[in-house]
Design a protein around this ligand. Structure first.
Ligand SMILES: Nc1nc2c(c(=O)[nH]1)N[C@H]1C(S)=C(S)[C@@H](COP(=O)(O)O)O[C@H]1N2
Ligand SMILES: [Mo]
Length: 232
């Protein structure tokens, strides 16, 4: 595996092991649908490849998803064995199974997904539970300042202030396109932060940690703005 770059470049991809992985990723385009029979979320038109380099952005196919992972591969987790830990500066640390999350009040809305590198996917139907709803269940302590999301890829993190996390369009995602979130999109559970660029969303969500600061997460340590609001 080629070494990972440590800083993002303009107009280029994210989490970019270059070289062999690009080739494997492009070859994987056919195999994904055919060999594994994997259902492709939102239809083939939205799929380009597992393309952490962003090279497929050069292919003129219109608005389509690029599937990003800063790690080489991520273990699949079934909804039935999933759990989300909510930890840190909370009154009642807790874990939520997928069913527990489904039992909380659900929200859904259509919103356009913007990657900071320029690609976007219009009008994506999102469904899930507000982060604020989850936080209210565990009780946030007065000294808390931020929220840190952890991924079960073991590497990716995202931070935001508590106020940002409590926005109506910041959700723990249980469905995309009215279907379960696929592994490629960070299923069974990811986050979505509506007013923010894609890097502020955490795929393969494992933990929400309430913190005493707002320390930079994975991409923020590598140069992206900590706030990450679209257009800023
Ligand atoms: N765990 C994890 N989450 C992540 C990333 C990642 O590499 N790993 N990439 C981020 C970036 S930069 C974007 S644009 C979106 C891409 O989401 P998608 O792969 O569903 O298109 O995931 C975000 N969340
Ligand atoms: Mo991104």
């Amino acid at each position: 595996m080629a070494p990972r770059r440590s800083t993002p470049r303009d107009g280029d991809g994210e989490g970019a092991p270059v070289g062999r992985r690009v080739v494997l990723g492009l070859l994987g385009l056919g195999a994904l649908g055919v060999v594994t029979g994997e259902r492709i979320q939102g239809g083939l038109g939205r799929l380009m490849a597992h393309d952490p380099t962003g090279l497929t952005a050069l292919v003129p196919v219109g608005d389509s998803w690029r599937y990003y992972s800063v790690t080489g591969s991520v273990d699949r987790r079934a909804a039935s064995s999933y759990s989300l830990a909510v930890s840190g500066l909370v009154d009642r640390p807790a874990t939520f199974s997928f069913a527990d999350l489904q039992d909380l009040p659900q929200v859904s809305f259509d919103d356009t997904f913007h990657c900071v590198t320029g690609w976007k996917v219009p009008d994506v139907p999102w469904g899930g539970v507000r982060v604020s709803e989850v936080l209210d269940r565990v009780g946030v302590r007065d000294d808390a300042v931020g929220v840190r999301y952890h991924s079960f890829d073991g590497t990716y993190t995202v931070n935001m202030t508590l106020d940002q996390a409590r926005a109506d369009d910041v959700i723990v995602v249980l469905s995309m396109y009215d279907e379960p979130v696929t592994h490629e999109h960070g299923g069974p559970v990811r986050t979505y932060s509506g007013s923010m660029y894609g890097y502020k969303a955490t795929k393969w969500l494992s933990e929400i940690e309430v913190t005493s600061d707002n320390a930079p997460g994975y991409w923020e340590q590598r140069g992206y703005p900590l706030d990450g609001f679209i257009g800023e």
